[in-house]
Design a protein around this ligand. Structure first.
Ligand code: LLP
Length: 439
């Protein structure tokens, strides 16, 4: 059994996180319930930040809020002194509501709307990561209207796609994101951006993928980017202030995953950038990174109540929980794997192998296949680990299931940070049919 962060088994044999008994939380707040280990989020955040500090490299570690965006989470990110990535008006609104300093917000997205860009300029956010030519001209027009010079990064597609362990060197060109680095698009984009008085071009951005367990992809991407910077230095006298290498640092979901530490990623990135900078004879730019999953993934645990059971003789035992693809769509969408324990009987011997089914009306709504467990009964609590990234943020109301509550735990205290949706919430935006008028 593998416990993350402050998770442990207490004297009652219950799972405890942040010094709080998870069974008590389930009883107080109901299930399903997302529980976040705040100390672990802080530890993960500090590991990235402190590695840059240790090496005296100017950096911004921007939390990719798509992984889990709520007001309290954004406030925690601010407490830890990180920056913040947003990818929509909704994430930007959440950040502003949380009182996050606008100058440390970066705005991503391959199809930012006029209204979203307008909102970003109005609130004077730190920088916009420009993704395509349409956005470049829209943003130029808006910047003129506002009478401002907008700080931008250009998102480039370096032609490297990271699939956890192998790197495809051409595949990523077929991507909806960014200016292609190999076919002339990026050259055209930088020429346009540099020629416009509406932009301050801070530098370049790339993101090569997610759940990556090696440093090779980041190193290759940095090499490609700096090769281009070398060309642009000659041609336009361009020297970047910022190079942003994106997110994607892998975490341990199950024993099959073997991630490396934050400091190893960061040190390899720093080494490569230093090497490239020395070759080009330019000053060291700030290095920006954008971890999402690796800051919150293993800090999140979902607690479910166990309900019905179905045996398919000689084939499988289905054990159903009171949530499923509505609170964690990752198994259905990506065949993502998770580990779990009975939160109220952690030390009991495993007696059977069961498959954990969700409650949605869809055969594909399975959370975990073939999980060894003690004999689980209705009323037991199942704790599924590592659900902190892209769990709540991808939650939905399929089958009109209300989204669960979210609780933060730290130092023996629990705080509700997102309330459970109610049935009333579900119909709040519905508009009834107009009453028939009798003629
Ligand atoms: N920066 C950019 C530009 C990104 O597109 C992403 C993720 C990140 C940073 C953060 O990546 P992370 O460190 O979290 O891997 N829903 C999927 C993940 C989609 C990731 C999209 N972009 C999942 O549940 O696995």
């Amino acid at each position: 059994m593998y416990f993350h962060g402050t998770s442990r088994v207490n004297e009652k044999g219950h799972l405890e996180i942040g010094g709080v008994d998870v069974v008590d939380l389930a009883q107080e707040y109901g299930t399903p319930l997302y529980i976040y280990d705040v100390a672990l989020i802080r530890e993960r955040a500090r590991a990235f930040k402190q590695t840059f500090e240790k090496h005296g490299v100017k950096a911004q570690v921007a939390y990719a809020s798509k992984a889990f965006s709520t007001v309290a989470m954004v406030q925690l990110v601010e407490e830890e002194g990180l920056s913040l990535d947003v990818v929509s008006g909704g994430e930007l609104y959440t950040a502003l509501k949380a009182g996050f300093p606008p100058e440390r917000i970066h705005f991503h997205g391959n199809n930012k709307s006029y209204e979203e860009l307008e909102m970003a300029l109005q609130h004077e956010i730190g920088c916009i990561v420009v993704d395509n030519f349409y956005e470049l001209s829209l943003l130029e027009q808006l910047s003129k209207q506002h009478g401002v010079t907008t700080s931008v990064l250009l998102r480039v597609t370096p032609g490297i796609e990271a699939h956890t362990h192998d790197y495809i060197l051409t595949g990523q060109e077929d991507s909806k994101f960014g200016f292609d680095l190999n076919n002339g698009q990026a050259d055209e984009a930088i020429e346009k951006a540099l020629a416009s008085s509406s932009f301050k071009v801070l530098g370049l951005h790339c993101h090569i993928g997610s759940q990556i367990f090696e440093t090779t992809g980041f190193v290759l991407a940095a090499r490609k980017i700096f090769k281009k910077i070398g060309d642009w230095k000659e041609k336009f006298g361009f020297v970047p202030e910022v190079v942003n290498l994106g997110g994607g640092f892998g975490i341990r979901y199950t024993s099959e995953d073997d991630p490396i530490s934050a400091s190893m990623y960061v040190e390899q990135i720093i080494d490569e950038v230093k090497k490239q900078v020395a070759e080009l004879g330019i000053p060291m730019p700030e290095i920006w990174i954008e971890p999402g999953r690796s800051l919150v993934g293993d800090a999140g645990t979902t607690i479910y109540s166990i309900g019905s059971r179905k045996e398919v003789p000689n084939v499988r035992q289905y054990v159903a929980v009171d949530g499923g693809m509505s609170d964690n769509i990752r198994p259905a969408l990506y065949e993502a794997k998770y580990e779990a324990v009975l939160a109220n009987r952690v030390l009991d011997e495993n007696e059977e192998v069961v498959s954990i089914a969700g409650k949605c009306c869809e055969s594909g709504d399975m959370l975990i296949w073939d999980l060894p467990l003690p004999k689980a009964q209705a009323g037991d609590y199942l704790a599924v680990f590592c659900t902190g990234a892209y769990g709540y943020s991808m939650a939905n109301n399929y089958n009109r299931i209300p989204r669960p509550a979210v609780v933060f735990v730290e130092n023996g205290e629990a705080q509700l940070v997102v309330k459970r949706e109610t049935y009333e919430d579900l119909v709040r935006l519905d508009v009834p049919l107009k009453a028939k008028v009798n003629k």
